[in-house]
Design a binder for this molecule. Structure first.
Ligand code: NAD
Length: 456
């Protein structure tokens, strides 16, 4: 991997990637490449995990194109420099922030949105003026192949390149020195990435997963809430980092809500979801076995059918689940929704607070006071009130986790910032050179303190 990184270092040092026109042009080129390869990408996603064409278009192709358009419109403004206030004691000077590229970035992606989750960070890396090496996930091999060939056909490899392969290739890349590592995936590999980065003191962004709770109070529009929960859970067969992992439902509304979710499931996917073109498959045998093994406890309200040959797991809802059961101990990442019941909202809030901080949290209630309580009393990467997952699609919002769900932010302006060094610049005149700061200090300390009190 050393020659790849070396070639990018040399390209970066030419200064080409710093030019704003170059960045804008490359973003246009990327947009055309994604648009031009859309049908190949959609076919590959179908092959890898039976991803429905609509879900592939919305969550991978359009998501990326919208992000590029948003960036193209604003990049000149973001790229600065930006003037900031200068305190009087620095008279005569001006202060500015100069965003500058960090150099060569490594972007490692997971398999569940295997195109979007390497190309969206790439938008930020290019916008900020960097070179980048992409490592798409080998668990979605058809999409990895399409992404790598699209990148090869689109960019000079000394500027942007993509490496196909599995853990050994990722490990080999991690042995190189990068200027930023952007990793999306599970916590186990997240730890490996961070350890490797620590050896070289390379900054990292970790976009990880975990269990995103969905709290439901009785004061809701039941039909709409049920639709939004069903959609969020079974989109991409539950293989979404921000899917509602489990339901925490108020006992007053539980019966009605579960019936409504079952109706939605039938409306969305028909009597036999295995026949539906709109319901995805599990990505690999390993994940099929893992998710199937989580379905053994609690009472199945609907679903539970599986087909190993197709890696099909029916949309499933399990009631009467206990917090200590296996399904509540790990991220589900499949189309299985466990339900826990509470009487008072405080119980649900406490339940969330006692567990690792989630990537996303969903709260369904019309009551403003309850909404504020949930916001105030829980900590998570993001929140949707009265919906699931849609916060991801707003480029004006930072996306990322906290604690075990990751750290660092991206999307829109936040991606640009993530891949930039915000260089602080003070530009001083030779006039007004106040002698107090220079030794010998004698009585300067008292005078300086008085002065500072007066002018700050
Ligand atoms: P994965 O198995 O595809 O692994 C991710 C990357 O790590 C791959 O590129 C792979 O090559 C590399 N890798 C695997 N083993 C490695 C090793 N031993 N050493 C070095 N590199 C290695 O993906 P995954 O981890 O199964 O992804 C699913 C997880 O990702 C879930 O937990 C999900 O919540 C999380 N996720 C988070 C986000 C987010 O935005 N926060 C988005 C999608 C997925």
């Amino acid at each position: 991997m050393a020659p790849i990184v070396q070639a990018q270092r040399e390209f970066f040092s030419t200064g080409k990637t710093r030019e704003l026109d170059f960045r804008l042009r490359q973003l246009e080129v990327l947009k055309d490449a994604v648009g031009g390869n859309a049908s190949r990408i959609v076919r590959a996603l179908k092959e890898d995990m039976g991803k429905p064409a609509f879900e592939a278009h919305v969550a991978e192709v359009s998501q990326v194109i919208t992000g590029i358009d948003y960036t193209l419109k604003r990049l000149r403004g973001w790229a600065g420099p930006h003037r900031v206030h200068t305190p009087v004691y620095l008279f005569l000077a001006s202060s500015r922030i100069h965003p500058e590229p960090v150099g060569v970035a490594l972007i490692i992606g997971p398999w569940n949105y295997p195109m979007d989750l390497v190309i969206e960070p790439l938008v930020g890396a290019i916008a900020a003026g960097n070179c980048a090496v992409l490592k798409p996930s080998e668990v979605a091999p058809a999409t990895s192949e399409v992404v790598c060939s699209m990148v090869r056909e689109t960019f000079d490899p000394a500027f942007v390149t993509a490496v196909e392969g599995g853990a050994p290739e990722t490990q080999a890349l991690l042995a190189e020195k990068f200027d930023h590592i952007f990793y999306t995936g599970g916590t186990v590999v997240g730890r490996i990435v961070m350890q490797k980065a620590a050896e070289q003191l390379t900054p990292v962004t970790l976009e990880l997963g975990g269990k995103s709770p969905c709290i439901v109070e009785p004061d809701i529009d039941l039909a709409v809430a049920a639709r939004r929960i069903t959609w969020g859970k079974y989109f991409n067969a539950g293989q979404t980092c921000i899917a509602p992992d489990y339901l925490l439902v108020n006992s007053e509304v539980k019966g009605e809500l579960l019936q409504a979710i079952e109706r939605c499931k039938t409306d969305f996917y028909g009597e036999d979801p295995m026949q539906s073109p709109d319901f995805a498959r599990i990505v690999s045998d390993k994940h099929f076995e893992r998710v199937t093994a989580l379905m053994g406890e609690g009472d199945i309200v609907f679903g539970g059918q599986t087909d190993a040959a197709q890696r099909y797991i029916a949309p499933t809802l399990i009631d009467n689940v206990k917090p200590e059961q296996k399904i509540m101990q790990e991220e589900i990442f499949g189309p299985v929704l466990p339900v826990l019941t509470y009487t008072y909202l405080q119980e649900a809030i406490d339940f969330v607070r006692e567990r690792p901080r989630p990537l996303s949290l969903y709260a369904f209630t019309r009551d403003r006071e309850k909404q504020s309580r949930v916001l105030r009393e829980t900590i998570s990467g993001g929140v949707c009130i009265n919906d699931t997952m849609v916060h991801y699609s707003n480029p004006r919002l930072p996306f990322g986790g906290i604690g075990t769900s990751g750290f660092g932010r991206y999307h829109g302006r936040w991606s640009f910032d993530t891949f930039s060094n915000m260089k602080a610049v003070v530009d001083r005149s030779f006039h007004f050179d106040i002698y107090l700061r220079y030794p010998p200090y004698r009585n300067a300390q008292k005078l300086t303190q008085k002065l500072l009190r007066f002018i700050t």
